[in-house]
Structures are given as C-alpha cells and as structure tokens.
Design a protein around this ligand. Structure first.
Ligand code: NAD
Length: 457
C-alpha cells in the first residue's frame, strides 16, 4: 500500500506517514458509496441535518485542536486557522437554515386539470477534489450541502492538507454520517486521477487552472456534471477620491492575509496617479507591521509557504519584473529555512508586460500600477484570462457600480476585498472556473431538477 508523508512547511519536519489510497481502494470506496447513497437520500432531510448539527458542535468543541492540525500541515498562522474555523460555523449555519427550503419541491403551475412541479433530486455520488489553502472552507462548501441534499461524497483533500481532511471525515462520521456515504481518499494527484475513473455523477474541484483543465479533459466524454473553482489574478482599483490610508490598510491585508495564499487574494492594484504616492507610502507602513515567523504564535501574520515549488514562481516573477524596470520596495528574495519562507514583497513601476501582473502569484507578492483615469483602470483590470473577484475603492457608490459593472469577475467588491459570504454565490469567469458554491444556488447545485407533469383524472 502506498504511503503519504506529511511535512510541516514551517520547519520541514516530518509530521507523520499515512497509508494512502490506490486504484483498488478508490474503486472499492466508490462502489460502497454507490450502494449506500439511496438509503442516505431516503432519510428525511431533518435526519441528515441533525448529523450536520452534531458536526458543527464538534467543530466548536475541538476548534483549537483542529486549528493546530491545520497550522502544522499548511503553515497557516494559528489565528487565521481559528478564523477559518469560526468562519466555517457561519457557513454551516447558512446551509442548516436554507438547506431544506432550497431543495423543497416547487409547484410552478396548478389548475383544475394540471399540476407542474420541480423536484430537486440528489445527483447521487459526487466527488470532491480539494485544495489546501482553506481546506475547511473549500471542503465543506461542497461536502455539507452535498450531504444535506442526499448525496454520497468521495472527498479527496489536498495532499498538503490531508490531516485536516481526515479530521473533517472523522467528525462527520462521529456525527452520524455513514462511512460509505462520506469517504475520505488519501493521496496526491494520482488518487485524484483514479477518482475520475469511477462511476460518479458530479465532480466538484477546487484547485489550479492547470489541474482543472486536465480534469475537464479527462471527464469530457463522460458527461459528468463538472464544477471547477480555479485560480485568479484579482485586481483592485483605488480611485482618486479614495482615502489612500484606508484603502492601503484594507488592500495590504487583502494581498497578504494567509500569506497571500487565497484564491481571492488581491493580486494586482491599480492606483489613480493623483494619490499613487500617498497610497504606496501607507501600504508600505501597513506591510512593515506584518510579523513574519512561527505560525503557531498568536502574533504571527505571515506564515510559511505551504508548497515549496511555489517559491520558484515568486523568484521568477520578481526577476522578470526587475529585469523589465520595476522597483521592489520590500522583500523579493526567499528567507532562509528550514521551511518555506518568503517575505511580503511590494513592487511598483509595474506593467502588463510582466508576469507579476498577469500570472497568479499565490503568495505574499503584490504589484502596484499607476493609472491616469478610470478607463485605463478598467482596461488593465480586464486584461486577464481570469475573473474571480475585482474591487474598487471610492466613496462614490455610483462610480464604483459603473466601474464594477464593466469588469469581468464572479464577485465584485466596493471598498472591501478578499471576502466570501455564504449568502452569495462564489463563482469564476473565464479561467477562474465554471459552476458555483455557496448561496442557495450552491445548495441546489448538488441536485438536478426533475420535472413533474401531473394531469388530474
Ligand atoms: P492543485 O491543482 O495543485 O491541486 C488541487 C487538487 O487536485 C489536489 O487535491 C490534488 O491532489 C489534485 N490533483 C492534482 N492532479 C490531479 C489530477 N491529474 N487529477 C485529479 N486530481 C488531481 O491546486 P492547489 O495547489 O491545491 O490549490 C491552489 C489553487 O487553487 C490556486 O490556483 C488557487 O487560486 C485555487 N483555489 C481556488 C479557489 C476558488 O474558490 N476558486 C479556492 C481555493 C483555491
């Protein structure tokens, strides 16, 4: 049986070795899920909901220990691990509140002769292949509504967040979800690939564009429902009437929170030339206050880089920007190990010939570009294949609305950034993906609408 070795990215120390899945065990878990799903779907939704209520209570009771596990395997600062778990509770509450109503049968026409109804039928067996950066969020965005609506779930957490994935599985099983109905698959890309070969009714993926397109190709001929939540190169524009200090404080956090390893991290900033210098000065003041170091400490803001190979991406982007004339105001070079460390890096004098402004960095790097007016800002914001989020800072709501309605993005922000709400759909445009999670649509997405034509008599 293969093994998966788990390392602590902040120290390089080996945390543990786990037995991993292989093609046979993946197939057997998929068969068991298929056999178990009808009975799970046949339970009243109140029973499935009760399991999620127990799960939520267990997360609350064990929050500190769960946060420590996540920090150990991802290098996420411990306060941010706790924040993620606390944020998860709000998402679970939304699913608990809205789940039954979102999938209740709808009568859309009713007269003396005819009734028409829409029934929301579970997809069946769904696979969830997941990322490591917010493992509780991205895992549970799929697992919780999928289970609530009567699906069985084959869940493959990232190989960089496997201990967290196993904790999610443990707590759901202890809360009453049968092991066959929620199966955790341990391993890397090869286990994900083995999962694609199984008899599944839906594939819900969170991860990189490169892997997402590979998965889409693998499933293309199978006509399996496919959702891909992929990367981004999320822009924000700071208008000339914005308060540079307020905007800088918010955007420095939006760019660097979780060590910049968020799908909706601010990755590009455009600033009106009138306030560019004041903005950059305020941005640097905020960034200089970010404490970098041991992620287990409460005062740490910048933790470790979870995946060592990403360091080479940062090196290449900074080198490319420097070679093309940009100015690196801070950071720009790896920090010594053990572990994977990269400091907050702020680059000005950038333009769109540079990879830093075009390719996802997924780390604590940010390029700040000066623009002459709103039209130029919109032009550069849309100069990307991605379209996850975009923001505008200005006190003028109508100006923000006019600008944001021209920007291609699944989510848009006025005077905020790096924000996800369970009440709103989370989706991408272009290379940021297809489909959505969260909101009531993100509950219905785990069902298919079955049309009932009922003639009386
Ligand atoms: P990744 O693509 O490297 O891996 C994601 C998952 O795919 C992992 O579980 C991995 O084991 C699996 N996988 C790898 N190769 C596979 C294959 N051939 N077949 C099946 N599965 C395979 O991504 P990552 O490094 O885990 O995550 C970072 C990326 O995720 C970033 O681009 C980030 O923007 C994106 N992300 C997007 C969202 C969103 O909501 N849009 C949320 C979080 C992260």
């Amino acid at each position: 049986m293969p093994t998966l070795i788990i390392h602590n990215p902040a120290t390089d120390a080996q945390i543990t070795q786990l037995p991993a899945d292989d093609a046979q065990s993946v197939a057997s878990k998929a068969r068991a899920a298929r056999a178990a799903q009808p009975a799970w779907a046949a339970r009243p939704i109140a029973e499935r909901r009760a399991c999620i209520v127990h799960f939520r209570a267990a997360v609350v009771a064990q929050l500190d220990a769960l946060a420590a596990v996540m920090t150990s395997e991802t290098g996420k600062p411990i306060t941010m691990s706790r924040n993620e778990l606390n944020g998860l509770l709000g998402r679970i509450d939304f699913f608990l509140d809205q789940g039954a109503a979102a999938v209740a049968t709808e009568t859309v026409f009713d007269d003396a002769a005819m009734r028409e109804q829409i029934e929301h039928v579970p997809l069946g067996v769904v696979a969830n292949i997941s990322a490591w950066n917010y493992p509780w969020f991205v895992g549970c965005n799929v697992i919780i509504p999928a289970l609530l609506t009567g699906n069985a779930v084959l869940y493959k957490p990232s190989e960089y967040a496997t201990l967290t994935g196993l904790e999610i599985g443990r707590l759901l099983h202890e809360a009453g979800v049968p092991r066959e109905v929620l199966a955790v698959l341990v391993g890397g890309g090869e286990v994900g690939a083995a999962l694609l070969a199984q008899d599944i009714d839906g594939l819900f993926f969170t991860g990189s564009h490169a892997t997402g397109t590979r998965i889409a190709q693998a499933l293309g001929s199978r006509l399996v429902k496919l959702q891909l939540e992929l990367g981004g190169k999320d822009p924000t524009y700071v208008c000339d009437d914005a308060d540079p200090k307020l905007a800088a404080a918010s955007l420095a956090d939006g760019a660097m929170y979780n060590t910049g390893q968020s799908c909706c991290s601010v990755e590009r900033i455009y600033v009106h030339e009138k306030i560019h210098d004041a903005f950059v000065q305020a941005f640097m003041e905020t960034v200089r206050g970010f404490a970098i170091g041991d992620p287990t400490q409460d005062n740490t803001y910048i933790g470790a880089i979870t995946r060592a190979p990403q360091l080479a991406v940062f090196d290449a982007q900074v080198q490319d920007a420097r070679a093309k004339g940009a100015t690196v105001l801070c950071g720009g070079e790896r920090l010594p190990g053990p572990g994977n460390w990269y400091p907050p890096t702020v680059v000005t004098g950038v333009d769109h010939t540079m990879d830093l402004m075009r390719e996802e960095s997924f780390g604590p790097l940010i390029g700040i570009q000066k623009v002459a007016d709103d039209a130029e800002a919109v032009h550069w914001m849309n100069d990307t294949r991605y379209g996850l989020t975009a923001g505008v800072f200005t006190p003028d709501e109508s100006r923000a609305r006019a600008l944001l309605s021209q920007v291609h993005a699944g989510s848009v922000y006025w005077n905020c950034c790096d924000r996800v709400s369970p009440r709103l759909p989370w989706s991408g445009v272009g290379d940021s993906g297809v489909g959505l999670t969260l909101s009531t649509y993100g509950i219905q997405t785990f069902t298919r609408p079955k049309a009932w034509h009922l003639r009386r008599g």
